[in-house]
Design a binder for this molecule. Structure first.
Ligand code: NAD
Length: 477
């Protein structure tokens, strides 16, 4: 990719920014592109364009709105190899996962388009004779979609597809770490002649364009995916205007391994859920509780599996399991958390250090045993390829320790015992539980966390309806 200068996409026009943000490959440090750092005035214009477009967009039949989503999906598929390469270069994602992300994004646009003929209201029974009560679902208006960097391309669709299908218009702000794929997506949108102002992209930082969007009186829904800290700041910014929020925040997913589990299955699934995207996934297995009887055996097996992880520069080598962390701050945070854990008594079974590959933000795939519930490594999101393990005596202890967390996004359990799996499903206080399989949600599910993992959720019917409000009509004959 030669160095390019990207532009904001406002009111169906590509618009220069005076200020630009450099985007570099995290595996090599090579400068890839300069992307816009939108001014407050440009954010205002994008919101005004979305506002102007919204009523006539919502007035179109849903099936017509869905047609645009399908056409964008076709464009995404037609450009899949190029888009996957961009995702690999700007985010450090291995090529196979980048390809999955692109294809999943196209499928997601098609999936949401299918809802066009399934959006339903309700007819309610009245207490009065001759009265009809109708519950309608209506679009909220203008959505601000704020994206993280870890699945940057998919997150565009996760926000714009339900928003547009239900008759909203949108202004997207990609992460300043991985904005290139989003501006490339905007170019594809420009080719399908979506009505003016329905879809807009402004570049910029959280403190800049992000905060201009989330504190704006002209936004009806802030759909945000990112960290708990930013989610909390966005809630404060939204408070003066009582702007509706949809917050998909961090996770600290526990994986429970019982003594009767198929250990090889557990090892493969937990490894997959830890090294995927270099451990930088909200639903990643972030801590393990293993029953004492099988602890030594499990630790041996998982340490061998994790030690065999192939890592390096994914833009130069295709057959890797993981690439670098996103930036220096991410690498420093992981290294500091491991040092602190070791200082508190955790034992490094494999890895445990920054990986010196000459360039890039690489950390060795790491297993830590002897962890305890009060350690930072068992409580805070690591967001890196480090698996801390704690031994427990039984399922009750595992569930209690799993639930003792400020996060409540995903969880998993490995057992052959149906009663244990059902008990865990009932008692684990999380938005998702995976039984005997790796953590990865389906587009027809509902990805939503409890506690600090967020407010509301995404995907499926319930995710779609987050982009609507109800309007109840009482009609007397
Ligand atoms: P982040 O919170 O640092 O940034 C996310 C986005 O928010 C970026 O676009 C950033 O520019 C913007 N932002 C930052 N400060 C802002 C402010 N004050 N106002 C408005 N916008 C602001 O998160 P990240 O590092 O990009 O992503 C990693 C985090 O995202 C992890 O915690 C991960 O668990 C979480 N995540 C959650 C899900 C989920 O579905 N629950 C999915 C992916 C990632």
């Amino acid at each position: 990719m030669s160095e390019t200068i990207y532009q904001n996409y406002i009111d169906n026009a590509f618009v220069d920014s005076d200020k630009l943000i450099e985007v570099r490959n995290p595996a090599t440090g090579v400068l890839l592109a300069r992307t816009p750092d939108a001014s407050n005035e440009q954010v205002d214009r994008a919101i005004a364009a979305a506002r102007k477009a919204q009523k006539s967009w919502a007035a179109k039949p849903a099936i017509e709105r869905a047609g645009y989503l399908r056409r964008i999906a076709e464009k995404v598929r037609a450009n899949a190899p190029r888009l996957a390469q961009i995702i690999t270069r700007e985010g450090g994602k291995v090529p196979a996962l980048a390809e999955v992300e692109v294809n999943f994004t196209a499928d997601y646009l098609d999936y949401m388009a299918e809802w066009a003929r399934r959006l339903e209201g309700e007819v309610l029974t009245s207490d009065r004779a001759g009265e009809h009560i109708f519950l309608l679902r209506k679009p909220l208006g203008v959505v601000a979609g704020i994206l993280p960097w870890n699945f940057p391309f998919f997150l565009i669709a996760r926000k714009m597809a339900p928003a547009l299908l239900t008759g909203n218009t949108i202004v997207i702000k990609p992460s300043e770490e991985t904005p290139i794929n989003c501006f490339e997506f905007a170019k594809l949108v420009a080719e399908v002649d979506l009505p003016t102002g329905v879809f807009n992209v402004v570049g910029g930082t959280g403190a800049g364009a992000g905060s201009a969007l989330t504190s704006h009186a002209g936004v009806d829904l802030i759909s945000f995916t990112g960290s708990v800290g930013t989610g909390s700041r966005i809630m404060a910014a939204a408070a003066p205007h009582i702007t509706k929020l949809n917050l998909e925040l961090g996770g600290k997913a526990p994986a429970i391994v019982l003594a009767d589990a198929d250990l090889d299955l557990a090892v493969n699934a937990i490894k997959a859920s830890r090294v995927i995207n270099t451990g930088q996934v909200c639903n990643c297995a972030e801590r393990v509780y293993v029953e004492r009887k099988v602890a030594d055996q499990f630790i041996d097996k998982i340490a061998s599996a994790i030690a065999a992880t192939r890592y390096g520069d994914p833009s130069a080598q295709a057959d890797l399991d993981m690439g670098p962390l996103i930036n220096q701050a991410g690498l420093d945070k992981v290294a500091q958390m491991v040092r602190t854990a070791v200082g508190q008594g955790a034992q490094v079974i494999t890895g445990g250090n920054v990986a010196d590959l000459g360039q890039g933000f690489h950390y060795q795939p790491t297993v830590l045993a002897g962890c305890a519930s009060d350690m930072e490594i068992m409580r805070k999101e690591i967001f890196g390829p480090v698996l801390p393990i704690q031994i427990v005596d039984n399922l009750d202890e595992a569930i209690a320790r799993a639930n003792d967390s400020e996060y409540g996004l995903t969880s998993s359990i490995y057992t052959r015992n149906l009663s244990a799996a059902l008990k865990a499903s009932r008692e684990l206080d999380f938005g998702e539980t995976y039984i005997n399989r790796e953590n990865f949600e389906a587009m027809q599910g509902f990805h939503a966390g409890t506690r600090k993992s967020g407010i509301g959720g995404a995907d499926g019917k319930h995710g779609l309806y987050e982009y609507t409000h109800t309007h109840v009509i009482y009609a007397q004959e």
